[in-house]
Write a protein of this length. Structure first.
Length: 86
């Protein structure tokens, strides 16, 4: 919870510093859109495989791999959102 408050405080400070500057640079939002698109495609693919194959993923290690891939994609989407916002 304190990490969230720290990130919010840092974002507010960065926003105040940007407002004080004479020229504000706009970061491209393309990385966020790419990460979001990859996450959405992954979610759809997992849904399709889950409906077609009730035993998907077949092994415990495959389940861990799917969860790791999903976690990585979510982290990428959050990271690129923070990058674009700051």
């Amino acid at each position: 919870m304190s990490l969230t408050f720290s990130l919010l405080a840092a974002a507010e400070q960065a926003g105040a510093a940007a407002a004080e500057g004479a020229e504000e640079h706009h970061k491209s939002e393309v990385p966020f859109f790419v990460a979001g698109l990859l996450l959405a495609v992954f979610a759809i693919a997992i849904s399709v495989f889950g409906f077609k194959r009730p035993d998907f993923p077949a092994t415990a290690s495959a389940a861990r791999g799917v969860m790791a891939a999903g976690s990585l994609l979510v982290a990428m989407a959050i990271g690129t959102a923070v990058y674009v916002a700051l």
